[in-house]
Design a protein around this ligand. Structure first.
Ligand SMILES: Cc1ncc(COP(=O)(O)O)c(C=O)c1O
Length: 471
């Protein structure tokens, strides 16, 4: 593609994205294609000769768009959000244009130093102590894996890296912890059976006394506690493990505490929600995802550690071909995680933080929380619905009950979810809480307004009425 064509299509695609973001509401939120439908429309072998951009774009509209589930739709209430923003998209565009690969400082000093700066801004925003250092990882799953590996090395005096495991090391998390903990435990070699699930209380938060009991039992059995993963804002219900008592236990037994605040960490920038991270200073590491709720394109996960040296000793490698003359005085982020090559993610984050300012981001987060509260209150007033967990942030867990017997409720709510999602106006997902099929509605889309939440309420009530009438 020559320079003129690049300009032509560049302008065209920026226009396309701007129009898309403005009109995304016209699409059904969740793609309605059947499995295999997209693949069937694509050639099974690569094009041998150049194709015109116009044809590629035509196929993009015709083949790809129907298979897109629209995460930026204001009716997005599923999973957790992955919201973006025009500023972030532009930062991403520039990062692609620069095409840097920031494995070491000299491969783009600005990429490293901007990352140091924006991560320190985020540290201040969520109230972590000075001295903690941050690095951008692709996802919270990777950050949690890094924390598990660092914990493994710290507790063994960096021996597993050298000679492998000598004895089982134990990891503790509540049974509401995200599946990435189990995945990390498996990858890091602890073995799934060494992941100890700690019971939770009525609000789905880890019970610190149960954690201490499990650690003591392991010690009595000659097993070595290595890491506790506490969750702030669990995936199923938004529960908050109490970090202060958990942190005190971790300090007492010399166990690494990693905090997974993937979704709810963003809310900690609000003074009224900072309680959720109370005690975080007792932890050793923490992750939250600007790519979930802080207007930054996927992927961008903010990983913080209290003692960066443990992390870098865990990951450092020194092949001759990567050595530079400034290694002693700069950060080489290749030693702060798993991958060597690194995208310039700090750029989009910098764009977001500067265009919105902390106050602008706070306003959006507050609006989301307020809308979730409206949704919860309206459902409560309806009387046919049950709220299944406290609403601390912007996630509401609920089910249709309407006086029906317990044994029909799972099926009833499964049908309700199907009917609601089939309207295409909104997209919600589900979980189970205490074995009960539970619907989750999360407000986190940048453009979601009160009218979208009211429309969701209307549809949910209407479909509930239809179902109750027909069953
Ligand atoms: C609490 C929690 N931790 C971790 C993750 C994994 O996030 P990622 O996709 O960034 O790995 C999620 C995803 O929703 C989550 O809810």
């Amino acid at each position: 593609m020559d320079r003129e064509k690049f300009r032509k299509y560049g302008y065209k695609l920026v226009d396309w994205v701007a129009d898309y973001l403005e009109t995304v509401e016209k699409y059904p939120v969740k793609s309605t294609v059947e499995p295999g439908e997209i693949k069937a429309k694509l050639p099974s072998s690569p094009p041998q000769h150049p194709e015109e951009m116009d044809r590629i774009l035509e196929d993009f509209e015709k083949i790809i768009i129907p298979g897109i589930t629209h995460w930026q739709h204001p009716g997005w209430f599923a999973y957790f959000p992955a919201n973006n923003s025009p500023a972030s998209i532009l930062g991403e565009l520039l990062a692609a244009g620069l095409g840097t690969q920031g494995m070491v400082w000299q491969t783009s000093p600005a990429a490293t130093e901007l990352e140091e700066v924006v991560m320190d801004w985020l540290r201040q925003m969520i109230g972590l102590p000075e001295g903690w250092a941050g690095v951008i990882q692709d996802t919270a799953s990777t950050a949690t894996l890094c924390a598990l590996l660092a914990a493994r090395e710290k507790v063994t005096g960096f021996k597993v890296n050298e000679t492998g495991f000598e004895k089982p090391l134990r990891v503790y998390a509540s049974r509401e912890a995200h599946s990435s903990v189990e995945k990390g435990v498996k990858i890091a070699g602890f073995g799934r059976k060494n992941l100890v699930y700690i019971p939770v209380d009525d609000e789905f938060a880890m019970i610190p006394g149960e954690l201490e009991r499990a650690i003591e039992e392991d010690l009595r059995n000659g097993l070595q506690p290595a890491c506790v993963v506490a969750t702030v804002g669990t995936t199923s219900s938004g529960a908050v493990d109490p970090l202060r008592p958990i942190g005190e236990i971790c300090q007492k037994y010399g166990v690494w505490l990693h905090v997974d605040a993937a979704y709810a960490g963003t809310a900690a920038i609000l003074p009224e929600k900072r309680w959720a991270l109370d005690g975080a200073e007792l932890a050793d590491s923490l992750v939250f995802n600007p790519h979930k709720w802080m207007l930054t394109n996927f992927d961008c996960s903010a990983f913080f550690v209290k003692d960066p040296q443990v992390l870098t000793r865990t990951f450092e490698i020194h092949p001759e071909y990567l050595k530079t003359g400034v290694d002693a005085v700069v950060k080489n982020f290749r030693d702060w995680g798993i991958q060597l090559g690194r995208r310039f993610r700090a750029l989009k984050l910098w764009f977001v933080l500067r265009t919105y300012g902390v106050e602008g981001i706070k306003k959006i987060i507050r609006r989301h929380i307020h809308l979730a509260e409206i949704f919860r209150d309206e459902l409560q007033q309806d009387g046919r619905f049950e709220i299944m967990a406290p609403v601390y942030f912007s996630l509401v867990c609920f089910r249709l009950k309407a006086g029906r017997p317990e044994e029909v409720l799972n099926e009833l709510n499964r049908h309700l979810l199907e009917r609601v999602n089939s309207t295409g106006k909104l997209f919600m997902t589900h979980t189970t809480l205490d074995g009960k099929y539970t619907l989750r509605l999360v407000v986190g889309q940048r453009t979601t307004e009160e009218r979208h939440v009211r429309q969701a309420l209307e549809i949910i009530k209407e479909k509930a009425g239809e179902l109750l009438g027909s069953s």
